[in-house]
Ligand binder design. Sequence first.
Ligand code: UT7
Length: 325
Amino acid sequence: MSVLIRSVGVHIPERRITNDELGKMVDTTDEWIRSHTGIGARHIAADGMLTSDLGADAAKKALAKAGVSPKELDFILVATATSDYLGFPSTACIIQDKIGAHGCAAFDITAGCTGFIYGLEIASNMLSARRGHHALVIGAETLTRVTDWTDRSTCVLFGDGAGAVVLSNIEEGGRGVLKTILGADGGGALDLYLKQAERPKSFERAPAQVPSIVMNGKNVYNFAVKSITVLIERIMHLSMYRLEDFAWIVPHQANARIVQAAAKRLGIPEERFYMNMEEYANTSAASIPIVLGEMEDKGLLKRGDLIMLLGFGAGLTFGGSVIRW
Ligand code: UT7
């Protein structure tokens, strides 16, 4: 038996903001954003839409494509940095209710932009160990709700969206999630974090504060380039595959310059990496499943193709997965 990605569903909000439009809100230009990040636009969740709405829509599409009923799910795992509620209840429980998957286990994980890769590894192992049948792994974010729109160094980077995959534990000759590497460097925790009201030091009410993203861009940039480089080297070392065996390398869509720098360091042509941050910007845990959905729609993922997923982000966390599609 192996655990394989049966289907992908994606939710991209309709509302789209270009770099030029952002240039009217903060002191920035299309030229600066494109040359420093490769980003051209981002999509923003409609007023009133929550992370769970985006995730539930992506989940319904993935279930319909796989022909799996919500009632057949063993569990739902949501990777998000922007859960509907702070702390509890989990966004996974809210999605469970919205898609009518009553009764199955549901929980969130926090691993920043690497959340989808962490989720894949947890879900694959749970399905195998418990001899389960089907699970949903969802990456869903409404990052623009925690963006400081006066900070030009971060507000140009992020967007909203969701991607979901149905994982099934079935016999399918060699296909599936083959190998995953996960890691973290908690020493860099404050290089990228969500600033909230300071916790009270005693029994008193904390002042309310809208959370917002705080980032040391240079540190995160260096960590990201190193993560991609080290992950690819480790995957090559730990598996019997050669780089030529991979049809695609799918990195987290943070910044094209990060991918280009890592590709140059390793001597890998940039075209081997699939990138779509130009249209969607950085959607954190949702970026990899959104890419997979787009690649599938374009017919770029063929059954039996070997692909490599690479994630890095807040934590600081990193992770890579080898998948036989
Ligand atoms: O999932 C992980 C999420 N995080 C990331 O992926 C971020 C990783 N870091 C980065 O991608 C880069 O560090 C940034 C794109 C955020 C910044 O690029 P940089 O080349 O490191 O720029 P910088 O911070 O060194 O800033 C250079 C200049 C500064 O001006 P001065 O001090 O040289 O006059 C900034 O104030 O660019 C200025 N700047 C901007 N100018 C126009 C910063 N942001 C902007 C902006 N528009 N949006």
